[in-house]
Ligand binder design. Structure first.
Ligand SMILES: [Zn+2]
Length: 488
């Protein structure tokens, strides 16, 4: 089945067909963090969503180039740099490092390229020069360069395709220097901001004098430089539709005369405990706040991935408890499957780690038949990434496996096939399975000593070792495949 996605540009669900004529390569850009603080759980919903899109495209056999920018110069950053009396790089470096650590905690695949805005100043200037040359941008008396919405519309282009905007309010020539503004005041926006005293030494030379780029032009310049003037997918949180994404389209298409991104995907807002996050309500969570409460990255990832990306999601601590219980059900089933599949040496022949699965490419017509367990999961995700239905399919499958294991009707080969299917599903979900608790060497040595005692029929000694292990937090399970250590 073909993948269908809701394209904000057309406001409809469309079949996904990449620009690549071979139907294989996909360019995907997701607006990354503005590194002036730690990312909060609302930000993380967007990045986990982007990770899901990338993983599912890879599951479908596409060769994805995932690009996520780092906004390391804009209004808020400059304000904080001034307040903290640090250098730009020193200030942003700290939050950039924290961001990548959090990304790893949530088991998001690292994007293939993570360009920093400050590394693309030449490209940004070249893009503004193009817009000036085409008469769509102009330098105002304040020294800054602005994008003219009137001139852009005059070229036959439409401003406001992601969001229906009211142009009756548009007053030609009015300008905003701020990166963030309301749609009630659609005005010319800044591409290059002339150096102001409060900018300190955060500035670069340009044909229009010293200054710095506006936030919107950064993304246009970086995405087109890395992925080309036209690319497949552009993602972001829905709060970025206006003005950021509208402005990205206008700047890019205004400069190149070509369509910019083919599909626009927007992740919905996150509420926390039923309300908009706010520091005064005590429901404003950074990832580290939740980890400090004892929750794990995989529990948080699971909860963020339970709802459809276009639905407003209510994130709660109770929901995290639910995620813990859901993961325990998966872990228990996978652990039993592992036991069964490893019960004979030939039984694990069908097992392959996720990374070695053959890639399918539906567009090239090489899609092999999916194992029955994967089909309902894949069918759900093909429908605009209906992840809640996908989870439904996963838990239905787990129920069936548990039933068959309870009646001992699951063969070694079946178990190995189920594990291979799970690895494939998890290449999309990215929740993994905790490695079987690895016992320290001292504990493993005690287990060996107990086995030796049992073989020597010294049961008094073997019982004493068992009690000693228990005191250290480990139990021994004697199974038909031998003795296994289990953490209490
Ligand atoms: Zn952006």
């Amino acid at each position: 089945m073909a993948l269908k996605l809701f394209n904000t540009l057309s406001r409809s669900i469309q079949e996904f067909t990449p620009l690549d004529s071979a139907g294989k390569k996909v360019g995907m850009y997701c607006c990354g963090p503005t590194v002036y603080d730690f990312a909060h759980i609302g930000n993380w919903r967007t990045f986990v969503f982007a990770d899901l899109v990338r993983r599912y495209l890879e599951f479908k056999g596409y060769a994805v180039t995932h690009v996520m920018n780092i906004t390391d110069v804009e209004d808020k950053i400059i304000k904080r740099v001034r307040e903290t009396k640090t250098s730009l790089r020193e200030f942003t470096g700290k939050y950039e490092t924290a961001f990548f650590a959090d990304l790893k905690t949530l088991n998001c695949l690292e994007p293939h390229q993570t360009p920093r805005a400050t590394g693309y100043i030449a490209e940004i200037i070249a893009l503004i020069e193009k817009l000036v040359a085409r008469g769509i941008a102009y330098q105002a008396a304040d020294g800054s360069v602005y994008f003219s919405i009137e001139k852009y519309q005059g070229c036959g282009c439409t401003y406001g395709r992601l969001l229906k905007l009211n142009f009756d309010e548009l007053r030609p020539g009015e300008r905003t220097r701020s990166d963030e503004y309301a749609k009630e005041s659609v005005t010319d926006f800044a591409l290059w901001k002339a150096r102001a005293p409060e900018d300190g030494d955060v500035c670069w030379p340009s044909p229009w004098g010293e200054g710095r780029p506006g936030w919107h032009i950064e993304c246009s310049a970086m995405s087109m430089k890395v992925l080309g003037e036209s690319f497949d997918l552009h993602l972001g949180g829905e709060d970025l539709k206006f003005p950021h994404h509208e402005d990205e389209i206008a700047q890019s298409e205004g400069a190149t005369g070509k369509p910019f991104a083919k599909y626009w995907l927007h992740g919905a807002f996150l509420l926390v405990e039923g309300k908009k996050m706010s520091k005064s309500l005590g429901n404003f969570f950074m990832l580290r706040d939740l980890l400090a409460k004892g929750f794990t990255g995989r529990e948080i990832r699971h909860l963020l991935l339970t709802a459809h990306y276009r639905e407003t999601f209510n994130f709660t601590l109770e929901g995290l408890q639910g995620a813990r219980a859901a993961l325990a059900r998966i872990d228990e089933c996978i652990s039993k499957l592992r036991d069964i599949s490893s019960s004979t040496s030939t039984g694990s022949a069908g097992f392959q780690p996720a990374g070695s699965q053959p890639k399918e490419n539906p567009a090239a017509g090489r899609m092999p038949a999916l194992p029955a367990a994967l089909q309902p999961f894949s069918d759900s995700l093909d429908e605009d990434l209906n992840i809640s239905a996908g989870w439904g399919a996963v838990f239905e499958w787990i129920r069936e496996l548990n039933r068959r294991m309870a009646e001992s009707s699951l063969s070694t080969t079946d178990a190995a096939a189920a594990l291979a299917a799970w690895n494939k599903i998890d290449s999309v979900l990215g929740i993994g399975t905790p490695a079987d608790a690895e016992a320290p060497a001292e504990i493993v040595a005690l287990l060996a000593a107990r086995q030796a005692a049992r073989q020597a029929k010294d049961f008094k000694k073997s019982d004493a070792i068992r009690d000693g292990l228990k005191a250290k937090g480990w139990t021994i399970e004697d199974t038909t495949q031998g003795s296994k250590l289990k953490k209490i």
